[in-house]
Design a protein around this ligand. Structure first.
Ligand code: 0QS
Length: 330
């Protein structure tokens, strides 16, 4: 079996991407953020207080003939940006791009934090990290990918995220039409449940490639690229008027600045992020100060290869044993 679905940016600066997912019988369609940085599939639901729902689509288990309450199970998750949610669990039929799983744990939110209420384009998350990160207790649940595995033609899913455009997620196959040349693979460690791997080095603009292994997580659920301070200062040293603002919590610069590209290595392969991806957004609609798409990871304790980096490549998340991750040009 295979599946293929759209990855649609939810705003004009690609803060996140959502994918249509159908849940239950008859199918209820929700727009979920497919997130390789977590492993809970949770949705706004009929159990979410109406005061916390603002425009999101909801899953109503009572309207599904195939829903089953997973008795006595609860979950609670906190994300890197401080947002969170918690609730109960149903098993139901769930499909992404034509690929169906009969009994997927669907975590129904009974409480969501305000940033989720405010994000009306996001009806929930589909975690595609390793199932060890799942927060359902007393027994943790499997991700959609882990449930789908036995029926997949190939034990992979791919991410083709695009800059200011709709891309795609494919399950069970690697679409030759979506990339050029060869796929450069590198080893993944499942610790502690993320797609953790290393970069073989980096270059700022046309500068020399610095060969140094940088470990981090490829995370479709994180907007920006977070790397060590040494790398980030080397980058912004090339940007007129750039400064690390305490006020804005990161590197900002005049929107008129010309930015260098940023290149990262996956083993012998090199991937260049265009300057436009790093000129992330104005700090306010009328401001001439812009916020960088490359920021320091020093406060995070981990380097995060988020969407700013991932959208510069075609990425293969391979659930083989051992797992590996592949990057190709597109
Ligand atoms: C707002 C922003 C300045 C552009 S942002 O860069 O912060 N963007 C947010 C994503 C977002 C999208 C839409 C609206 C609002 C926020 C972002 O990139 N947040 C990151 C991480 C981060 C670090 N620093 C600042 N932010 C995050 O929490 N990402 C998680 C998924 C997000 C959560 C909010 C909603 C959108 C999806 C994540 O899952 O990718 C994660 F890996 F970062 C994470 O927190 N994983 C949870 C890991 N736990 C470990 C323990 O077991 C349970 C799972």
């Amino acid at each position: 079996d295979t599946g293929s679905a759209a990855a649609i940016p939810i705003n004009e600066v690609d803060i996140a991407y959502v994918t249509p997912v159908t849940v239950g019988t008859p199918p209820q369609t929700l727009m979920l953020d497919l997130d390789t940085g977590s492993s809970d599939l949770w949705v706004f639901s009929s159990l979410t207080p109406s005061s916390q729902v603002r425009g999101q689509d909801i899953y109503t288990p009572a309207n599904s003939s195939t829903s089953k309450l997973l008795n006595g199970h609860t979950w609670s998750i906190r994300y890197g940006d401080g947002s969170g949610s918690r609730g109960t669990v149903y098993l139901d039929t769930l499909a992404v791009g034509g690929l169906e799983v009969k009994s997927q744990a669907v975590q129904t939110a009974q409480e969501v934090s305000s940033s989720f209420t405010q994000e009306q384009s996001l009806d929930g998350l589909m975690g595609l990290g390793f199932s060890t990160l799942n927060t359902v207790r007393p027994s943790s649940q499997l991700t959609f990918f882990d449930n789908a595995r036995p029926s997949l033609d190939e034990e992979v899913f791919t991410a083709d995220l695009k800059y200011h455009a709709t891309g795609s997620y494919d399950f069970g196959f690697v679409d030759r039409a979506k990339y050029t040349g060869n796929i450069s693979y590198t080893a993944v460690t499942e610790s502690p449940g993320y797609w953790t791997h290393s970069l073989s080095g980096y270059a700022v603009g046309s500068g020399a490639f610095q060969t140094t292994r940088l470990s981090g997580i490829s995370d479709t659920g994180t907007t920006l690229l977070y790397l060590p301070t040494a790398v980030v200062t080397a980058y912004y040293r090339q940007v007129q008027g750039a400064q690390n603002s305490q006020y804005y919590g990161g590197y900002v610069f005049p929107c008129s600045s010309s930015l260098p590209t940023f290149t990262f290595g996956i083993e012998e392969a090199r991937f260049t992020i265009p300057a436009s991806y790093i000129n992330y957004t104005r700090i306010s609609p009328t401001s001439t100060t812009c916020y960088g798409g490359l920021q320091s990871s020093s406060g995070l304790g981990i380097n995060i290869f988020g969407d700013v980096a991932l959208k510069a490549a075609f990425v293969v998340f391979s659930g083989t044993n051992p797992p590996r991750i592949g990057f190709a040009h597109k």
